[in-house]
Design a protein around this ligand. Structure first.
Ligand code: SF4
Length: 326
């Protein structure tokens, strides 16, 4: 087992594809961190059931697609344990034990719970919606990590995981060390409509799409509405195309900005340059993705689950001993 400090990261497979916001906001950070830390990188399929329980038929396939995006972005299975949550049953056992010590009031106060409850499409509310943070606490604490890489806006969500760990330790003795948030540098990535890039807004550019699909999307992207003619002075702030330039065309960014402001560049040419920059930056990732066959992917996921299970089983031994179970 590695002597490096551990980190736990994960994403839900509610959609089969990760977008550039996921790539720049999370994946790039994980790829950087895997050299310094032992990363457990999890596709959290049970969490996807909180919104997909009526038709879970796509979840397994989605998991593979998300794992392919991880690998394409540079997650190295020799350094990182990449696995699917449901392949390591210890997550379920720790979730059950945590559910016995977590006060209901803590869960009912979670802002995202209230929000999800309002948007619920099914008639009756499943327990899983309320218990989501308990499963998340189990996902994290099972690996007794030093830290969890997280975007600034998600940092408060992890506080409840810490609270659950503290409560367990208070009741049964110190099993779970306190973990830290590792806040990544997240570039502002606007979606094609100028709002935050998100699969639910249908405004995303995906890692796994063709160069033509990316080009067609950027062609229709939101730009400064006051810049009507080519030589009108423009305002790059809030322009979706400028946001992409700022991540994928950094060396030319000052020129893009000054030409936009002065009216020396039109949006059509600007979008063309942006498309080339985005497609060039994604080329190696897309190529790598195509080279991973289904057999190799399954072998990577199995190896990752075996490694994760080895650590998780050890934690569960400590948990059962602390609770005097078994
Ligand atoms: S010139 Fe470029 S940066 Fe300026 S508004 Fe048009 S697309 Fe956006």
């Amino acid at each position: 087992m590695s002597n490096k400090q551990r980190l736990l990261s994960g994403m839900q497979p509610t959609q089969p594809r990760l977008h550039l916001g996921n790539l720049e906001g999370a994946l790039r950070n994980w790829v950087r961190l895997q050299d310094e830390y032992k990363l457990y990188c999890c596709v959290v399929d049970w969490h996807a059931l909180t919104t997909m329980s009526e038709d879970p038929s796509q979840i397994a396939a989605n998991c593979r697609e998300v794992a392919l995006d991880y690998l394409a972005a540079g997650i190295d299975p020799e350094k990182t344990s990449l696995f699917i949550q449901s392949h390591v049953k210890e997550h379920a056992e720790l979730h059950l034990l945590f559910s016995m010590v977590t006060p209901l009031g803590w869960l009912e106060r979670v802002p995202t719970y209230k929000e999800k409850k309002q948007n619920l499409k099914t008639e009756s509310e499943p327990y899983g919606l309320l218990g989501y943070p308990v499963l998340q606490a189990a996902d994290i604490l099972l690996y007794k990590p030093y830290g969890v890489p997280v975007g600034k806006d998600q940092a408060p969500h992890l506080e409840l995981s810490r609270e659950i760990g503290r409560r367990f330790n208070h009741l049964y003795g110190d099993v779970f060390p306190e973990f830290v948030n590792i806040i990544g540098e997240v570039p502002v990535m606007l979606g094609l409509d100028g709002r935050k890039m998100s699969k639910s807004y249908d405004n995303a550019i995906y890692i796994n799409e063709t160069t033509d699909e990316t080009a067609a999307k950027i062609k229709t992207a939101y730009t400064d509405p006051e810049k009507i003619r080519k030589d009108d002075p423009g305002h790059p702030d809030g322009c979706a195309v400028f946001s992409l330039h700022s991540v994928y065309n950094k060396p030319n960014l000052p020129q893009v900005e000054s030409e936009c402001r002065s009216g020396a560049r039109g949006c059509v040419a600007c979008k063309k340059e942006c498309t080339e920059a985005v497609n060039t930056a994604l080329q190696s990732i897309r190529d790598r993705r195509r080279q991973i066959d289904a057999g190799s992917l399954e072998a990577i996921l199995k190896k990752g689950a075996d490694e994760a299970r080895t650590f998780a089983a050890q934690t569960m031994d400590e948990v059962r001993a602390a609770m005097k179970l078994g």
